[in-house]
Design a protein around this ligand. Sequence first.
Ligand code: ATP
Length: 352
Amino acid sequence: MPYLQLKGVEKFFGALRAIKGVDLSIDKGEFVVFVGPSGCGKSTLLRMIAGLTEIDGGSVELDGRDITKLPSSKRDLAMVFQSYALYPHMSVADNMSFALRLANVDKAVINEKVQRAAEILNLTQYLQRTPKELSGGQRQRVAIGRAIVRAPKVFLFDEPLSNLDAALRGQTRVEIAKLHRDLGATTIYVTHDQVEAMTLADRVVVLRDGAIEQVGSPLTLYDQPANQFVAQFIGTPQMNVVDTAKLPALRDVVGAANAPDGFIGVRPENVIVKPAGTGKLAGHVELVESLGADTLIYAKVGGNGPASGVQLIARQAERTALRPGDPVGLDIAPASFHLFDRQGHTVAARAQ
Ligand code: ATP
């Protein structure tokens, strides 16, 4: 039986149907990430689960109990916000223990829980400081600690790393993953960052316009996207998606000569750059991005002027001496393509 179950969940803001009948089952201990572009409804859906935004249709069940109409405080969930939302005048220890003190929990028990959470989060030496005496990353850890001491049934994170710089984001992401491994707590995590989604999630829920596009493990979404939207949302740089009408030769090149009219998708790591005059496609280099471990080569194939032709991005581990304007040959790795119909639906899984 699922631990958390959403059935036909709906949200309207005036005339806007912001959440369109979402069905989702989450198992106990799972780490589920909601991801999608700005405005797709991730935060709204999370807030509906948290009880911070009213549910207009459908139901939410947690651990066998219908919580659709329950106030947030009775749902046994803890939410960690992007803005930390700490009490500025309270010490770290008091911030972390606030909910337990409100609930009149025994002092010794509170103390033990706060100490334990502080140890897990490396905050022991900061317990007497106030939030303004902490860095952004430490404040976010206090907010996480406040959730941990409550031992909720589900942890809800709303873009918790957005206010941190890139290095700290990466570091805190690793800490959150470790925390989940240690605590095994059911977690729902909202982000617009697909790298966070891919690295943290047991399962990723890709949302668009208030509806679920696909739910699956990170690599399932990467290897078997249900449609063009998911295919291009997951993976950096984006999957190359080419209109077969613009480059008919590509059908033969990938080995899908009989594919229906539509689009062919190829991930950048499957586009192979070769010396000019070799390879099945001929093109020229438009841009080279040397990232150190990776090199991205943007090549234009077909067409005569700058406005025509098709751009393919190739990603390779080897460095290159190629420069913009250089002619190149291109191949596509065998069995690495995706086919989409004119509506963007996957019409055949990636050929094996
Ligand atoms: P972001 O990544 O930008 O935070 P999101 O995916 O979390 O986006 P939501 O904040 O859930 O998106 O918003 C979903 C839609 O609902 C958007 O079109 C938004 O403008 C709208 N919306 C959200 N909250 C309200 C509100 N209180 N009143 C009216 N419209 C709202």
